[in-house]
Design a protein around this ligand. Sequence first.
Ligand SMILES: [Zn+2]
Length: 316
Amino acid sequence: MQYDFFAPQRIVFGWGRRVEVGELARDLGQRAFLISGSRTLEANGELAAVINACHQAGVDCQHVATITHEPIVADVDSAVAELQQLEATANDVLIAVGGGSAIDLAKACSAMLTNSDGDSVQDYLEGVGRGLKVAAAPLPLLAIPTTAGTGTEATKNAVISNFDPPFKKSLRSNLMVPKIVLVDPELGASMPPSTTAYTGMDAITQLIESYISARAKPIPQALCAHGLELAIPAIAAAVEEGTQREARERMAHAALLSGMAVANSGLGFAHGVAPALGVHLNVPHGLACAVMLPTALRVNRDVRLAEIAQLGRLFA
Ligand SMILES: [Zn+2]
């Protein structure tokens, strides 16, 4: 047996633990730059609380970008330009608070600030770029997910889209795994039911696809099995009763485990098709995964029968 295993350097998990953000940021950099997702975070005071906690820990913190859609090339290029103007360096830390979109934008910015051979992030994207690679260590990133789905807080890629020409591709490097992940499941309590359902099904699809992947490995498979044990009984309660603590904790933990699994074993058929549904038909990523999952399992049944049967027992 031979394998490598990548994971964030430190995982801080727990209900209410977002109050520790200041000290965590201080461990990573002298100044902090904040990238955020949904405007609800601004409206309900969560962003101000992050900035305050940083200041109290002696870390200057500036809010540089808000993103409410899956990031496109222009979003990355303009946020990078702003961070360059603010003279962000490897001595500073980026903090991402939000769903997959905010964390992916921050991951891409942190890599582009230290890898500047291209004119645009597009030059570095798989399949559509100029083949440039992320070779220098990105700025340290503190990722604080507010949805429980993509697991991008623990992966080594950022998904970047474009509409003309249409594509959805990854910026990928082993160096891009966030340094610290702070998962506070309480942040998910205000997520609307549809977002909870889509992101939850994204996590479940990732756990299944990573488990049955041809590149499956022992540590990620153990994480997947545990993640599915947590998520399957909890997703309905999380959707129907969003403030229920146990359901939110289970979904947040399952999403984190799915990210670590994906970073090490990859994905499958459903995730192969989901980006096309997203970029051509504007289907949210998690919904696209949920729609494709039954077909993906049927297509893979003969070649991964043993693995699918093992998972079947978890659902029994
Ligand atoms: Zn996914």
